[in-house]
Design a binder for this molecule. Structure first.
Ligand code: BEZ
Length: 399
């Protein structure tokens, strides 16, 4: 079973990624000296931001959402960050470090970006850490969850507005241990994020008494037919499944899970990327009942989120996603940090990042922790039908 092209069209939605990036560039104003190039204490009129997100490959729709979120913040703030006109230069992360690392290097060395924002894939983030650390340029990760970049390999120059894989997955472990009626099968995309999500979940799940019925990693970016894996799940006798997939793989997995007949009797859990945004639109009713952990839902019932959802819908004619929020917040963080770094260079900017304090986000208030990771709430969500569409209803906060 292959994802029908109509589903992928729904996932990709209206704006081609390359066109969107061109729009970001135009909106963001004229060329000029970057923050770094000013070299002195006189602030330059512009600041050059490198936006590194997938414009191609399985995660291209996530990159498009991130571009939209970043652009929305700029639109709402006169195209300025820290009082300077933001000049956004975009580059394609592609499907991993082979494409993402040279693209980031170009943004810094050739385009002279003062800071790079974005990065969807954990493997890309891990591949970039040393380059940013050694070149003393700030990297503001707005999705990739690789644990080590704000853990064992943390750097003064690497900050994250999103999540760590180990944390977003660990948030769900004890809830599933309480609900599952027997062993739980663990399945994920075979790369850094999939492995770390499973490990994070497993830790809290087993600590709460949960039993693992089986574990499998599927080739990342290559798996379209999940039937052999779904057969293995059925054969294991598992009473529930925990999974990590995002983008096009999440569409295929959830639809095939339902078509294979597992959805009725074997509850499906995962991190929220499994049922987020265009992915959920493409899954439709097949996703109803799937429970996930995440730090955002369009359904969060707060004035701040309602205002954000309305503004995003008005701008793009669709609901926002966690990817859009993480990039929107990256722009908010940079707005404050750039204002606090009048002299310009990387060291001054990272010092200012340390002083941004609480961020008033659509996800709820969060702030950077001592390792530069986002300290935030996680929510238990369940996909429900609502008014002819499907949404991630918020069931509770996870502790
Ligand atoms: C990651 O590779 O870290 C990742 C990609 C998509 C969604 C969530 C995490």
């Amino acid at each position: 079973m292959i994802v029908p092209s109509a589903d992928l069209r729904a996932l990709r939605r209206s704006t081609p990624a390359a066109a969107l990036m061109a729009a970001v560039l135009v909106l963001s104003g004229c060329a000029g000296s970057s923050l770094d190039q000013s070299g002195g204490t006189q602030p330059s009129a512009t600041v050059k931001i490198g936006l590194l997100v997938p414009l191609s490959g399985v995660y291209a729709p996530l990159g498009e959402d991130m571009g939209n979120g970043f652009k929305l913040y700029l639109d709402q703030h006169g195209g300025k960050l820290g009082g300077r006109t933001a000049e956004v230069v975009s580059a394609d992360e592609g499907e991993g470090p082979q494409t993402g690392v040279p693209a980031a290097q170009k943004l810094v060395t050739q385009d002279q970006a003062a800071v790079v924002v974005g990065v969807v894939n954990s493997a890309t983030a891990l591949g970039l850490r040393d380059f940013f650390h050694e070149s003393k340029k700030p990297l503001l990760v707005a999705n990739a969850g690789a644990n080590d970049i704000t853990g064992a390999r943390k750097s003064e120059y690497v900050w994250r507005t999103s999540f760590a894989n180990g944390k977003v997955s660990a948030a769900l472990g004890s809830a599933v241990a309480k609900e599952a009626k027997g062993g739980v099968y663990l399945i994920a995309a075979d790369y850094a994020a999939g492995r770390e999500m499973v490990a994070g979940f497993r830790k809290t799940f087993e600590a709460a008494g949960g039993k693992v019925a089986g574990e499998k990693y599927t080739p990342f970016g290559k798996t379209q037919d999940f039937q052999p894996f779904l057969s293995a799940i059925r054969g294991s006798g598992a009473k529930a499944v925990y999974s990590f997939y995002a983008g096009a793989e999440a569409v295929s997995f959830v639809k095939q899970y339902q078509q294979f007949g597992l959805a009725g009797g074997t509850p499906l859990y995962g991190t929220g990327f499994l049922t987020e945004g265009g992915v959920l639109d493409a899954q439709g009713e097949a996703a109803v009942g799937v429970k996930t952990s995440l730090h955002y839902s369009t359904e969060l019932d707060t004035p701040r989120n309602k205002e954000f959802v309305a503004a995003y819908r008005k701008a793009y004619d669709e609901a926002p996603t966690v990817y859009a929020v993480q990039a929107y917040d990256a722009a908010a963080v940079l707005d404050k940090a750039i204002a606090g770094a009048p002299g310009g260079g990387g060291a001054e900017l990272v010092k200012a990042l340390g002083g941004v304090g609480p961020v008033d986000s659509p996800r709820g208030q969060w702030s950077f922790d001592a390792d530069h990771d986002a300290q935030q709430k996680y929510y238990l969500r369940e996909v429900r039908s609502s008014g002819g569409t499907v949404v991630n209803a918020v069931l509770s906060e996870l502790s």
